[in-house]
Design a protein. Sequence first.
Length: 135
Amino acid sequence: MENLELILSLAGVCAGLIVTVATLVAKYAKSAKARQAAEQTIKICNAIVPYIEQAEGFLHYSGEEKKEYVMTKANRYAIENNIAFDEDEISEKVEELIALSKEVNAATSETSGFEERAGQAEQKKATVIKFPSGQ
């Protein structure tokens, strides 16, 4: 009888340990996969920045065509580097990068416009000829 109780106690402890270890392994595997996916997304985002800059130079193309060009280049990069390609996620990242680029370009043009106007005002001041009032 005592042996049976001892065996059941050990079995209960072992079952608890097995469940705990299995839970830890599952969490580690999920976090490793998530980390790997995040690293791959960062690699693709870093690779597509030059393609976005190239697409900005395409004057006679619509925004959708430019985005399709960038997405095609991103997909090709992912295939060449054996990276899983999530089209929706990469599309969202492209949109974020384009929005950031527009903000930076707008801020730069506002600043350069201010500096340009200030420079013009200085030129106007310099071209004013003053004559003595007594002559």
